[in-house]
Design a protein. Structure first.
Length: 268
């Protein structure tokens, strides 16, 4: 970086810390600090002014409380960065009529659930949740790279942020649709090889149409068996009741003083 600044300093009064000088590009990771630095090669005590999309950063509401200008270091630091912090930044020395633009972009990141399930014949939608500046999404279906024109079984929709192809749609899921699905997001940061493409993978399970009935049938079978057990038990108990009644109606017997049994008769 120092060598780059030294070489550039021969012709430029202001030299930003680009990640890619040809594209005037600076990339940041969302939620991480963004540090913009403009080296001033002109001798003297110079104070840079910073702008975002033509507006002084001090007047940008979304940066309030999150940005710091380090005058002596010629730096602009933005904490807790958000996707909306991307834009065209300018560091300027008005008294020298010198300025440099920095195209700041948020790196892409994607997210998919680890797995999904759908019943055969039903509609399935897989949404690739993506953040970053101007992402471009490509899908790999069942380990085969595809596009909306390549396979009529699948279609693609934009998400709520109007990101093209963010939602993959299968109108009628089949058992053969079981497998891995991945979405890949790219943007200027990956195009200029500053960052790697962001990739997320989900595994789709397709259940047969009758699969959903098995738990219900299992419960019905358990109830039937329980009722059968109760019915058999009740029949056996009812059958045993008459025998107990006969036993209760037998005459009482006692032992006489000589140890012999004698009938006890009731007298009126």
């Amino acid at each position: 970086l120092l060598l780059f600044l030294a070489i550039s300093a021969q012709g430029d009064v202001i030299v930003p810390n680009y990640d890619n000088a040809d594209a005037k590009l600076k990339v940041f990771e969302i939620k991480h600090p963004l540090i913009l630095f403009c080296n001033v090669t002109e001798a003297g005590n110079h104070e840079l002014q910073w702008f975002k999309n033509g507006t002084s950063v001090g007047n940008v509401a979304e940066l309030k409380g999150r940005h710091t200008i380090l005058k002596s270091e010629h730096k602009l630091v933005i904490d807790r960065t958000q996707e909306s912090d991307a834009g065209l930044y300018t560091c300027s020395l008005p008294h020298l009529a010198q300025s440099k633009d920095i195209n700041v972009v948020a790196n892409v990141a994607v997210k998919l659930p680890s797995n999904m399930a759908v019943v055969e014949g039903e509609k399935l939608q897989i949404q690739c949740i993506v953040v970053g500046t101007d992402p471009i999404i490509n899908w790999t279906i069942l380990d085969n790279i595809t596009s909306p024109e390549a396979n009529s079984e699948f279609s693609y929709l934009p998400d709520e942020k109007n990101i093209k192809d963010a939602i993959l749609v299968i109108e009628s899921a089949r058992l053969t649709h079981r497998g891995n699905y991945s979405c890949e997001a790219t943007n200027l940061a990956t195009l200029h090889r500053i960052k790697e493409p962001a990739v997320a993978v989900t595994y789709v399970r397709v259940k047969g149409k009758l699969a959903a009935l098995w738990p219900f049938l299992g419960i019905c079978a358990e109830v039937f068996i329980l009722c059968a057990i109760i019915l058999v038990y009740e029949k056996r108990r009812n059958k045993a009741d008459p025998d107990e009644s006969d036993t209760d109606q037998s005459p009482e017997q006692k032992l006489d003083p000589h140890g012999k049994e004698s009938d006890v008769r009731q007298r009126k």
